[in-house]
Design a binder for this molecule. Structure first.
Ligand code: ARG
Length: 604
């Protein structure tokens, strides 16, 4: 209902200016107009609410009701407003409850059914050259030769969904995998590799490391305990950075093997992402130092080059430094992030020409990003009209509130976690089939349990307020009841069931003769029409759980309607009207599941 909302707002503004705001108060008006019309605090209050009379009462020293009376009178006299609104009711101390006309709502339903985005408008924001805006979403980003852990899983799922929502709104989205493929740890990895596979070094293709994580642990142990190994590892870093052929080859080998493991997970989760690791920004690191020097922001402290951060202090109350270059000349994680940020905002061809960068990592990196963003701002690297957002998320815990572990106390591998979910989904499905004495093909069983298993893990993550920690429970996420993926899928399956039973041709559904009388029909209509507003608010605050909460409510509203209102066994015009609501619910649900990266099912 964004379009109607805008139309309402514009007309309210005009009338407010004409009839209530005196010239000398124009400044106050600027503040008021931002919150002129709001979502109602309760559903039964109507479609929208206008609360400004309370603010105006303070400015003009009159009672809010008096102001509201006058305002409503002017509003009602306006033709455009009376075309849109059924009722403008003054409630409480002076709120105005806005109820839209039925025919306006029905027109919206009809137009949303035809719209491929179920009524979600394309963003009209354009960049300076009047092109669609480009957003970089930096997510997933595991580290080479290390385990891709549950934190990376959260980043992957949340980042993918943010990307999908922005794509739907018409942005060009560049999904970037900022993998940790550079840094001093490669010195020890390559040295260990050279020691273990000395006879294969001529034929590097023959080297297969069976377990990269074990390999990482072994080299770390040697690095910590063997003096001579440590020394050679340090020399190896220099070799690698100066582009030594053999070192580079071995580095590539490590990256390739890691990549294969990451790709398996991306395939299972159906994630599209472009790899552009830390190493990519190597050529741009030096100019970071030069530019910060030029702008006189860089300060040398005990041999290291740093920027001291405003407003961020350590325990002793001293300003925290962001170290840009270490004493030994090496660069840091933060240096790479600064170079990456600059590159992403830079114009093509030597940059991405983005107008917004979104970083999805765990909460533990909040200070890192606050520091990086501050330095970038002070160095003027964030162009006008451009923004950066860190999207932090909490930890995944076991049901006991502790770190997620296997029964044996080991950290859980992502692969195992996903297959466990699929396995449990399959067990549930088989039980259901037995209870209902249904028989299904093996293909059906495999596909259904895969969709439910993966969907449940994704949804459990996305439906949480991402900032808080969440407790991982297969039982809860796979349950058919509650705010879960299986519950949403089940609602979708119900609608497919209606469609299968209905023998009326599709095109009849868009018929003109739509009308509604039942209270539960209107509840569903109003819920359906909130879809676009939910997505638009997510674009701003990047809280995906808003969409999940909305979907849960939509499904509950639909299921109440389904339970109480006959759909197929009624006279033709009612049937058409109700099938229209089923069709729009189906469309909204399918599209939303797609936005969450979850596949749909017609039967389950
Ligand atoms: N590789 C990092 C980690 O595992 C995440 C990188 C996030 N992106 C970034 N631009 N720093 O913690």
């Amino acid at each position: 209902m964004q379009v109607i909302f805008k139309e309402l707002t514009t007309n309210f503004e005009v009338i407010l200016l004409e009839s209530l705001i005196k010239n000398e108060k124009k400044e106050e008006f600027e503040k008021i107009r931002k919150n002129l019309i709001n979502q109602p605090s309760k559903e039964e209050f109507g479609d929208y609410q206008c609360n400004i009379c309370l603010v105006l009462s303070k400015i003009y020293k009159k009672s809010p009701r008096e102001i509201a009376n006058r305002f409503v009178k002017k509003l009602k006299a306006n033709k455009k407003i009376s075309n849109l609104c059924e009722d403008l009711e003054i409630a409480g101390p002076g709120f105005i409850n806005i109820k839209l006309k039925n025919n306006i709502l029905i027109e919206e339903i009809k137009s949303n059914i035809k719209c491929p985005r179920a009524g979600v408008p394309l963003s009209n924001k354009k960049n300076k050259n009047h092109l669609r805006k480009k957003v970089v979403v930096d997510f997933s980003s595991p580290n080479i030769a290390k385990e891709m852990h549950v934190g990376h899983l959260r980043s992957t799922i949340i980042g993918d969904s943010i990307s999908r929502i922005l794509e739907l709104r018409g942005y060009i989205v560049l999904r970037l995998n900022h993998i940790g493929d550079w840094g001093t740890q490669f010195g020890m990895l390559i040295t260990h590799l050279k020691d273990l596979y000395s006879s294969d070094l001529k034929k590097i293709d023959n080297i297969k490391i069976s377990d990269l994580v074990e390999f990482y642990k072994a080299s770390k142990k040697r690095f910590d305990n063997e003096k001579e190994f440590k020394k050679r590892s340090r020399e190896e870093v220099v070799k690698l950075q100066s582009g030594d052929r053999e070192s580079i080859q071995l580095w590539k080998l490590l990256c390739d093997q890691s990549r294969k493991e990451f790709d398996q997970i991306y395939k299972t989760l159906n994630i599209k992402i472009k790899e552009r690791g830390e190493s990519f920004y190597n050529p741009y690191l030096k100019s970071i130092i030069e530019d910060l020097n030029l702008k006189k922001i860089l300060i040398e402290d005990q041999g290291a080059k740093c920027v001291f951060l405003d407003g961020m202090t350590n325990k002793e109350g001293k300003p925290l430094p962001l170290i840009i270059q270490k004493k030994d000349g090496g660069f840091n994680y933060a240096t790479t992030d600064l170079a990456a940020l600059r590159y992403r905002f830079n114009k093509e061809p030597d940059g991405d020409n983005a107008t917004r960068i979104i970083y999805v990592t765990d909460h533990g990196q909040a200070n890192h990003f606050a520091g990086v963003f501050q330095v970038a701002k002070r160095a003027n690297w964030i162009p006008e009209d451009c923004e950066v957002n860190h999207v932090p998320f909490g930890l995944v815990q076991g049901i006991d509130g502790k770190k997620l572990k296997t029964r044996e106390g080991e950290t859980i591998r992502l692969k195992d976690l996903l297959s466990e979910s699929i396995k449990r989904a399959k067990e549930d499905l088989l039980k259901r089939l037995e209870n209902e004495s249904r028989s299904e093909t093996n293909d059906f069983i495999l596909n259904t349990s895969r969709v439910i298993g993966i969907g449940a893990v994704k949804y459990a993550d996305l439906s949480q307020n991402r900032i808080t920690n969440y407790q991982f429970s297969f039982e809860k996420m796979l349950s058919l009841n509650g705010n879960t993926a299986p519950y949403l899928l089940y609602t979708l399956v119900r609608i497919s069931g209606i469609n299968r039973k209905n023998n009326m041709p599709e095109d009849n559904i868009n018929s003109e003769s739509i009308s509604y009388s039942h209270d539960l029909e209107w509840k569903l209509i109003r819920k359906l029409l909130k879809f676009d507003e939910v997505l638009i608010s997510i674009e701003k605050d990047l809280m995906i759980n808003r969409l999940c909460n909305y979907l849960f409510e939509l499904c509950q509203t639909f299921n109440r309607f389904y339970d109480k209102v006959p759909i197929l066994k009624v006279e033709m015009s009612k049937k058409i009207s109700r099938l229209t609501l089923c069709a729009l619910t189906e469309k909204t649900l399918k599209l939303s599941l797609e936005l969450l990266g979850i596949e749909s099912l017609e039967r389950m």
